[in-house]
Design a protein around this ligand. Structure first.
Ligand code: ADP
Ligand code: MG
Length: 419
């Protein structure tokens, strides 16, 4: 756990000033994967693990940003816009600062040569249709700032350390500048920062839950309207997260490729069914109606999204009705669909979720986050959770030779200023 007083002291030692301290949570998505860039439904829960930012304003337009995790301090100028992405963690901070400041867009970096191994897929795209409006929802300019970042959200594990970083820094910059904070607009700004400065065409789920997380449990979020409602978790349930400890470098390029497949599917669907603006609008019979006009790959990608949206709605109903067995079955089906149709699981995610499913007291288990590695989430009976934690750890290690990180999550709150 990060201690905000320690962080303040560290900041004072480095920058000689007393900072304000902010935090934004990571998240675990219970169900609704790869639906958030298809205008669909998701059910994330904010974690009690956060990215913390200690920050104080500067008189100039510099951001001096230190990350404990990367053991690096980077200085950037809010008025200078070098080509992006730079493949550094600072892209996230620069991105959110530039979007909130309204101080000009990034130039695109030259694409990688074929033989260089691209860590990020560089988008060759106009602004994506769902990319937030160019019109600035924020009045005023952000100020320069000294910032110290520290996080206990595992990085690159599918628990959204990236949105926690964007939202914590964005909230800090708005607060330091005395600008009003509209959380939906901040979430959209974070998404836009990731699209334009990082090159990941992410949906809006991660930023929304980092802003609106509730300690009572999960949220049901409609990513088209941004309407959300609380889904409290009863005391008899626990959410268990298991980190496979495998991170696949392909994740970001494959992510953008899945998104492109979904857009191809929408194009075919809308030519026959004009009401289909996004996969959220399509039904399975409609998809079957145009199956002959699309590749099998695009068909399967669309089938995942359409069935997953229905699963989220059904899971919300199951939770409200205390039908945890049904909820668990939907989680299992979600994993199967992500493996067979969406092709974003990995051998380790398949192995760990299969092990979890066999344990007494587990209602269901699935991969969570973008996939290709990272974490699984399991819904478990509170009375069995200690044994589940121990067993899952032992059996996964026996099966793969990797020692996983497994823990029982408590729901966390959305972004806040702590001191
Ligand atoms: P996830 O969001 O699932 O953790 P991503 O690949 O989307 O994985 O985001 C991880 C990236 O976010 C890191 O590679 C880094 O650039 C940035 N990041 C996350 N946490 C921190 C941190 N504490 N300090 C600096 N950069 C961070
Ligand atoms: Mg992320």
């Amino acid at each position: 756990m990060i201690n905000p007083d320690d962080l303040s002291c560290d900041f004072e030692r480095s920058f000689g000033l007393t900072p304000r301290v902010y935090r934004a949570p990571g998240r675990v998505n219970l169900i609704g994967e790869h639906t958030d860039y298809n205008d669909g439904f998701v059910m994330p829960m904010a974690l009690d693990r956060s990215t913390w930012v200690a920050a104080a304003p500067r008189a100039d337009r510099a951001l001096v940003v230190a990350s404990r995790e990367y053991r690096e301090t980077i200085t950037l100028d809010l008025d200078c816009h070098p080509p992006y992405p730079t493949e550094s963690w600072i892209d996230y901070v620069r991105g959110i600062a530039a979007v909130l400041d309204g101080s000009g867009g990034p130039e695109r970096a030259a694409p990688h040569s074929q033989d260089a191994a691209p860590a990020r897929h560089l988008p060759d795209m106009p602004r994506a249709p769902d990319s937030p409006d160019v019109a600035r929802p924020f009045q005023g300019r952000v100020t320069g700032a000294d910032m110290l970042i520290a996080s206990d959200v595992p990085i690159g594990a599918g628990l959204s350390s990236s949105a926690a970083l964007e939202i914590a820094c964005g909230y800090a910059l708005l607060d330091l500048a005395g600008m009003p904070i509209d959380l939906d607009a901040l979430a959209r700004a974070g998404q836009r920062a990731e699209h334009e400065f990082v090159g990941i065409r992410c949906g809006i789920m991660d930023q929304m839950i980092a802003c609106h997380g509730e300690t009572s449990g999960a949220l049901f979020l409609d990513t088209r309207t941004l309407q959300h409602r609380s889904l409290p978790l009863p005391a008899s349930l626990r959410v268990v997260v298991g980190n496979t400890m495998v991170h696949h470098e392909l994740a970001s390029s494959e992510y953008n490729a899945r998104r492109a497949d979904c857009e191809a599917g929408v194009q075919t669907l809308s030519s026959r069914f004009p009401h289909v603006r996004a996969l959220r609008d399509a039904s399975l019979p409609e998809l079957e109606g145009v199956r002959a006009r699309m590749s099998d790959r695009v068909y399967r990608r669309c089938r995942h999204v359409i069935t997953e949206n229905a699963r989220v709605e059904e899971a919300a109903e199951a939770l409200v009705g205390s039908d945890f067995v049904r909820f668990g079955r939907l989680m299992d089906q979600s994993h199967h669909s992500l493996r067979a149709d969406y092709a974003v699981t990995s051998a380790e995610l398949d192995a760990m979720s299969a092990i979890a499913r066999e344990l007494d007291g587990v209602y269901g288990a699935r991969m969570t986050g973008g996939g290709f590695g990272g974490c699984i989430v399991a819904l478990a009976d509170a009375s069995r959770v200690d044994a589940i934690e121990v067993e899952l750890r032992a059996r996964y290690e026996a099966a793969t030779g990797r020692r996983p990180d497994v823990w029982v999550c408590t729901a966390g709150a959305g972004v806040s200023r702590v001191k």
